[in-house]
Design a protein around this ligand. Structure first.
Ligand code: NAI
Length: 345
């Protein structure tokens, strides 16, 4: 489906931010949960992107309005908004997941409830596990070859859920299912750049592990030129792990990060689209992995047109990072197991 429209790939750094100015392929992106706090600005960024030629927005509410609204933006991509069948915008066909997902190259999933103050991501499990399961069953049926990027929390469990659903359907490709941890990288970049007094675009922190509390492990020891006292290092590490809580507290019951997450989700998606059109991309992602004894792990991953090309070696951790690594592993493995068990038991 991805007919190359002959264009020379523009060399860009793997972590490049912002919009590229060229597009090489026909690419359909589906956003599931597109009427939500993340879904709407994420859909807006996709509509603005020259990388996207077709955008399909799906949610259980609101997507005809979101799509009609975005359709007036003068960019070349076509757009549809579907509710569970048969309502869609523009009104045609049967809407629903079938129309949303058929022909999709990348499916981004921010569907599900967000945290309120005092909640951990794991507290969302009971509601979001079922939502992700249903949506990924749709992917297995209508776009089994698509790359699936999961934003819905708890990512440490929803990615294994997606994998198990696809396995059951005989459609699992471990190279095409990812948890989006880009917001952790964004936060680490912002915090360390502020600490160093440099432009955030000049830093690219490697963040490994998972996407919840102490399972988020930023490797600040690898940032060139960064100097910390022990106290500063502890503070910036914990702030990266629990940065989401700052937003949850400030929103005071109205949800969690949406705008920064839409940005992060878009950067991740844009990088997948660039990989599809032949650029070598390296970005952190939570994927099936044998780097550690956890079956899934977030780390820098090389992406190509078929998804994960190579999981890069973890490298040496500092003594400080090793301490966090040992502390996180049991929690990470439990959250992964919880996702696997949800589908199989
Ligand atoms: P929201 O409540 O504003 O939006 C969620 C949307 O999902 C709503 O429009 C809702 O109608 C829709 N939805 C619910 N069930 C659905 C279903 N079965 N099919 C399709 N759509 C469905 O929530 P928000 O703030 O957009 O957050 C969404 C998810 O993203 C949450 O689980 C949140 O924890 C997670 N998140 C993940 C981050 C990450 O770094 N990976 C960062 C921030 C949030």
């Amino acid at each position: 489906r991805l007919a190359t429209k002959a264009i020379s790939a523009v060399a860009r750094t793997p972590s490049s931010r912002g919009f590229s100015t060229t597009s090489a392929v026909d690419a359909k992106v589906a956003v599931l949960g597109a009427a939500g706090g993340i879904g709407q600005p994420l859909s807006l960024l996709c509509k603005l992107s020259p990388e996207v030629t077709e955008l399909s927005c799906y949610d259980i509410v609101g997507t005809p309005g979101v799509a009609a609204d975005l359709s007036h933006i003068p960019t070349k991509s076509s757009i549809t908004g579907s509710l569970p069948s048969p309502v869609s915008w523009p009104p045609r066909g049967n809407g629903g997941l079938a129309e949303t997902l058929t022909g999709a190259d990348v499916v981004v999933i921010p569907a599900g409830v967000p945290r309120k103050p005092g909640m951990t991501r794991d507290d969302l499990f009971n509601t979001n596990a079922g939502i992700v399961k249903t949506l990924v069953e749709g992917c297995a049926e209508y776009c089994p070859d698509a790359m699936i990027a999961i934003i819905s929390n708890p990512v440490n469990s929803t990615v294994p859920i997606a994998a198990e659903v696809l396995k059951k359907a005989g459609k699992y490709n471990p190279n095409k299912v990812f948890g989006v941890t880009t917001l952790d990288v964004c936060r680490a970049n912002t915090f360390v750049a502020n600490h160093m007094g440099v432009d955030p675009k000049d830093v690219d922190v490697t963040v490994v592990g998972g996407h919840a509390g102490i399972t988020i492990l930023p490797l600040f020891s690898r940032v060139n030129g960064a100097k910390f006292t022990d106290e500063e290092l502890e503070k910036i590490t914990v702030r990266t792990q629990f940065g989401g809580d700052e937003v949850v507290a400030a929103k005071a019951g109205a949800g969690s990060a949406t705008l920064s997450m839409a940005y992060a989700g878009y950067i991740f998606t844009e990088n997948l689209l660039k990989a599809i059109r032949g650029e070598d991309i390296v970005q952190c992602a939570f994927v099936e992995s044998n780097l550690t004894d956890a079956p899934y792990f977030a780390s820098p991953v090389k992406f190509g047109k078929d998804g994960v090309k190579e999981i890069l070696p973890l490298g040496e951790l500092s003594a400080y990072e090793k301490k966090w690594f040992d502390k996180m592993m049991p929690e990470l493995k439990n959250q992964i197991k919880k996702g696997v068990d949800f589908v199989n038991n």
